[in-house]
Design a protein around this ligand. Structure first.
Ligand code: G3H
Ligand code: 13P
Ligand code: ZN
Length: 311
């Protein structure tokens, strides 16, 4: 099957009370690790590419690698642009073989966000591509943009119906307490999500797929592993997996995970070098990195997203 849009995936996820994982990809080993896990568990997948990933790997390589993963696994796989900052990058991805794009107008005032998101939705829909937009601003780091927690704000449920109706977008990312990167909460803070806001958004938009960004759990054992093998990561706190399970049973159909993949890969490569200081063949340590990505994604699919067996 060719790469798919998220339309069918989200319909089944909404009705089935689970979410599909959207994993960030930057190179071949990451793509292979994620898709090998999906294949083993028969799970649908969204592979997402940020502007930074496009710059790092070159868009053509990433598109072709994702197409290769689809041929190898036969899974329903959507290729998604993560955090498209303007119309041009969204158009480039629509024209370049992506099946889904995100236009992130969350930094703009309401009317500007609507105008930009609608412009992207009109273009994408005319080309058979679906669109995610964002309302509400998350704290954390995206590409080179850092949003302080004082500048972040929760999504206002009073705005969602008008936003979705006027833009025509296919899914909506909302801010309910998640944030990008490994450092989501300060020690002593209660790492909870505003599930009450999610429930209210679900009431305002029945059947409509909601997206959670910044949803890595930052497992302590991976931070410990990195530090055990020479890393110097400060203690980090992520989103408890129990909170994400609850969100997946509500209207959330897409959960974005990047930082946990980075932690898993880095921990395994650090361990590899500590145990094999004589190794210099990249296949040896990148092979371990790929296996660590696969194990992390298997865990997410089974224990957090609930999308195993749903391909
Ligand atoms: O939301 C941001 C994602 O984690 C992608 O990160 O922009 O560093 O590729 P990046
Ligand atoms: P994390 O940094 O929590 O993994 O979030 C990733 C993300 O939202 C990508 O868009
Ligand atoms: Zn994000």
């Amino acid at each position: 099957m060719p790469l798919v849009t998220t339309t069918e995936m989200f319909k089944k996820a909404y009705e089935g009370g689970y979410a599909v994982g959207a994993f960030n990809v930057n190179n071949m080993e990451i793509i292979q690790g994620i898709t090998e896990a999906g294949k083993e568990l028969n799970a649908p997948l969204i592979l997402q590419v940020s502007a930074g990933a496009r710059k790092y790997a070159n868009p053509t390589y990433l598109v072709k690698l994702v197409e290769a993963a689809e041929i190898e696994t036969g899974l329903p796989i959507a290729l998604h642009l993560d955090h498209g900052a303007d119309f041009d990058i969204c158009k480039d991805c629509v024209d370049g073989g992506f099946t889904s794009v995100m236009i992130d107008g969350s930094k703009y005032p309401f009317e500007e966000n609507i105008a930009l998101s609608k412009k992207v939705a009109d273009y994408a829909h005319a080309h058979g591509v679906v669109v995610e937009a964002e309302l509400g601003k998350l704290a954390g780091v995206e590409d080179d943009v850092k949003v302080n927690s004082e500048d972040a704000f929760y999504t206002d449920p009073d705005e969602v119906e008008e936003f979705v109706t006027r833009t025509g977008v296919d899914s909506l990312a909302i801010a309910i307490g998640t944030s990008h990167g490994a450092y989501k909460f300060k020690p002593g803070q209660d790492p909870k999500l505003r599930l009450d806001i999610l429930e209210e958004v679900g009431r305002r938009l029945p059947g409509f797929p909601i997206v959670l960004h910044g949803a890595s759990s930052v497992p302590q054992e991976f931070v410990d592993e990195i530090n055990k093998y020479g890393g110097k990561m400060p203690n980090a706190i992520g989103i408890p997996e129990s909170e994400l399970r609850k969100a997946a049973k509500l209207a959330v159909c897409k959960i974005n995970i990047d930082s946990d993949l980075r932690l898993a890969m880095t921990a395994s490569i650090r361990k590899h070098f500590a145990e094999h200081p004589d190794h210099f063949d990249p296949r040896q340590y990148l092979g371990d990195g790929r296996a660590a990505i696969k194990a992390m994604v298997e865990h997410k699919i089974k224990d957090v997203l609930g999308c195993d067996g749903k391909a």
